[in-house]
Design a protein around this ligand. Structure first.
Ligand SMILES: C[S@@+](CC[C@H](N)C(=O)[O-])C[C@H]1O[C@@H](n2cnc3c(N)ncnc32)[C@H](O)[C@@H]1O
Length: 213
């Protein structure tokens, strides 16, 4: 079995992971700062010392890295790199602040920009965190930083990821696939095509460190 660390899982379990992880070959470790999410490991993104170097096959981080301060981001991504096996990968989803800015420019700050399973989402929620949860006292849901495709690519590079593919989705989000090693284009695309949605079905893909064959 391969291990996927489901970082900042919230109440979600393996059924909410991309189909890539649902072929029966993956064992999920659920990791979250909030004990109320009943994770397998209660821990912070900023300090993942409960997990050993090079022991994890994949990291799935959906809407977590915007929950730490900007100065903590390099440490978080370095922790992701440290615990991954060299042939592993990280799949990181987070808001795209460029798309959010465009929504605001077009008059959508407090209006719904899309419906999520938890309820309607506004640009304000994407910038500052899901207000309905924060209103109930869950301050783990507050957002403290933001990313563009370019800044996320730069942070991944600095953290020691040798190659990455980053795409925008239609819900004002970024999807980043990051690899500790330099991958061939074919190998990177083989993984990307098994995501849901596949990265090549998303928009404005940028990449670095991906080989030409
Ligand atoms: C917006 S929710 C995302 C939940 C789930 N991944 C999803 O996409 O539906 C953010 C999650 O990150 C967790 N979180 C926030 N700050 C964290 C931190 N510093 N370390 C670990 N988890 C954190 C929260 O407890 C929450 O479960």
């Amino acid at each position: 079995m391969k291990t996927v660390l489901h970082v900042g899982c919230g109440g979600n379990d393996i059924r909410s992971l991309p189909i890539l992880f649902q072929d029966g070959e993956w064992e999920e470790i659920r990791y979250d700062i909030d004990p109320a999410a009943l994770p397998d490991v209660v821990g912070r993104l900023q300090d993942m010392s409960l997990l050993e170097d090079g022991t994890i096959d994949a990291i799935f981080s959906s809407h977590n890295i915007e929950h730490v301060w900007a100065f903590e981001v390099p440490g978080v991504l370095s922790e992701f790199r440290r615990i991954l096996k060299s042939e592993g990968f990280a799949l990181i989803l987070c808001p795209d602040v460029v798309s959010v800015a465009q929504a605001i420019i077009h008059g959508y700050l407090e209006e719904t920009v899309y419906e999520s399973p938890a309820g309607p989402i506004t640009a304000m929620d994407i910038l500052y965190g899901y207000h309905a949860s924060i209103k109930e006292g869950n301050y783990f849901m507050a957002h403290k930083t933001a990313f563009t495709a370019d800044t996320l690519a730069r942070h991944l590079d600095i953290a020691g990821f040798a190659s990455s593919l980053i795409a925008r989705d239609k819900l004002l989000g970024l999807h980043a696939l990051a690899f500790p090693t330099v991958l061939s284009k074919d190998a990177a695309e083989a993984i990307a095509s098994r995501l849901q949605p596949p990265v090549d079905a998303l928009i404005e893909v940028c990449s670095y460190g991906i080989g030409s064959t």
